[in-house]
Design a binder for this molecule. Structure first.
Ligand code: AMP
Ligand code: MG
Length: 478
């Protein structure tokens, strides 16, 4: 073993996935890198996980994969997945390794995973590496989502490798350490269902239920709970203008956490058809389409769970009903979110039309999504509209409704962030980091840790991009 073991850093591993049958993963260690150096370490998250600190060089070595912490049992997880609607029977961690799990101070078990740690048996044509850009983007966006109150994987560490990776050009390499309530995906069930490996499917079901839903009464109940979580999750995304960009079934968790921040981006001007990802040519994962795609993904989960039912034929009806009920749940959750965004803690029959009317006017007037909603509290929302009178006629109806809405301002301030990780700011931070300057990254990270705060020090981060700054496409070249 080329690793240095047992340095000061203590991670209280308590591994369970590593106890599952061999066919669930491949055991292997990370491939050491040339010159690890620490970019960021999430002390608050580390403390919550019960991880005791070490100095920067040791953290860098650990979280680059050059040293394995005691108790780590590294493995690459097997899964499958529908990618843009096409089933790929075998994907798996091609550049990630689960080091193990810890039970945090909150009693919740979480995975600690290295991403960009070298090739695995599931790498196919890939190099198993990540470049600095996507590592910093995932660090920033996942931590921002957490601060926005949206279920998500977290970022524990980011490390430069001192090596170059080959993408369209030569780029600096990096490793991200990701923390998740688990990495069980719809695709984890799909891989065994596609193989008709009923034993493995049963084992995975038992493991998943024990970990996420110990009270679940069976696969149908687990499906219902995952549907609940995913409906709430997508509604939360829509409420902050988040576009995941690659909602393949392998990027869709059973825990209900947002995972895999690849070509993700946030809306600037509101347009429901917005697509950033350069490979999403047909807008399958456009902003508003996310509400439909998640239902399709849950139908794939239902299909994969079906063989677990004693009478699969009869269960088809039950599962279909669960999936068919999902669009109405998402729409209700979305309307609740948007009602809060216009100050309504409780929703009444006419409110959906009021919300829809505002969004239509925002769309027609290139209104900035985040700033328009926040400006409702400051009385400056009309300035966000190309034609401010388009806001005025809506405002009259809205004010009439607010007469009957107590605490509207505090409801709005809690629902409408001041700051989101704007795409051009992320690109700016990445460009600086590529030149060796991490200050913009750290500043952005600090600002985004309090997204609802009106902090004048970060006023510049509220601005939408100028035409020259605007990010028009994001890339999967991660
Ligand atoms: P993603 O689009 O990041 O969710 O990845 C889809 C699949 O491609 C997963 O199985 C990844 O592990 C794999 N993959 C992505 N990038 C690489 C890479 N650079 N090397 C090896 N496998 C990769
Ligand atoms: Mg993925």
């Amino acid at each position: 073993m080329p690793y240095l073991r047992g340095m000061t850093l203590h991670i209280p591993f308590d591994n369970s996935y590593a106890r599952l049958p061999d066919g669930f993963f491949a055991r292997l260690g990370p491939r050491p890198v040339k010159a690890p150096s620490l970019i960021a370490f999430n002390d608050a998250l580390a403390a919550m996980l019960g991880i005791e600190g070490a100095d920067d060089p040791r953290l860098a070595a650990m979280f680059a994969g050059n040293a394995l912490p005691d108790g780590a049992e590294p493995l690459a997880q097997l899964y499958a997945g529908h990618q843009f609607g096409h089933f790929n029977p075998q994907l798996g961690d091609g550049r990630a390794l689960l080091l193990g799990e810890v039970v945090g101070r909150d009693g919740i078990r979480r995975d600690i995973q290295l991403k960009g740690s070298g090739p695995t048996p599931f790498s196919r044509m890939g190099d198993g590496r990540a470049w600095l850009g996507p590592v910093l983007r995932e660090y920033l966006v996942s931590e921002a989502m957490h601060a926005l109150g949206i279920p998500t994987t977290r970022a524990l560490a980011a490390v430069r490798t001192g090596e170059t990776v080959i993408r369209e050009t030569l780029l600096p390499g990096a490793v991200l350490t990701r923390v998740a309530q688990s990495h069980i995906r719809v695709g984890t069930f799909q891989v065994f269902a596609a193989r008709r490996d009923l034993d493995a499917l049963r084992t995975l079901y038992a493991y998943t239920a024990a970990r996420h839903d110990p009270d679940a009464t069976g696969p149908a109940d687990l499906l219902a709970r995952v549907i609940d979580r995913q409906a709430a999750l997508v509604a939360a995304w829509l409420g902050v203008g988040f576009i995941h960009g690659v909602m393949n079934t392998d990027n869709c968790t059973l825990s209900g956490e947002t995972i895999d921040y690849g070509p993700c981006a946030f809306l600037d001007a509101y347009d429901p058809d917005t697509v950033f990802s350069s490979i999403d040519r047909h807008g399958r994962y456009a902003y508003a389409a996310q509400a439909d795609v998640i239902v399709w993904n849950m139908a794939q989960l239902a299909t994969a769970l079906l063989p677990l039912m004693p009478e699969p034929e009869a269960a088809v009806e039950e599962f279909t009903a669960l999936v068919h009920a999902m669009p109405a749940r998402i729409e209700a959750a979305r309307l609740d979110r948007f009602a809060a965004k216009i100050g309504l803690a409780e929703r009444r029959p006419g409110d959906a039309a009021l919300i829809g009317d505002l969004l239509d006017r925002m769309h027609a007037n290139q209104a900035d999504f985040t700033n328009t909603f926040r400006a409702l509290s400051d009385g400056t929302a009309r300035d966000q509209f190309a034609d401010p009178t388009a806001f005025d006629s809506w405002e009259t109806q809205w004010r009439a409704r607010l007469a009957d809405a107590p605490d509207a301002d505090s409801v709005m301030r809690a629902a409408n962030p001041v700051l989101i990780p704007r795409n051009h700011r992320i690109e700016e931070a990445i460009a600086a980091a590529v030149q060796g300057d991490d200050a913009p990254f750290h500043r952005l990270h600090r600002a985004l840790s309090r997204p609802f705060a009106d902090d004048a020090a970060y006023a510049d981060l509220r601005s939408p991009p100028t035409p020259a700054e605007a990010v028009r496409a994001t890339f999967c070249g991660t």
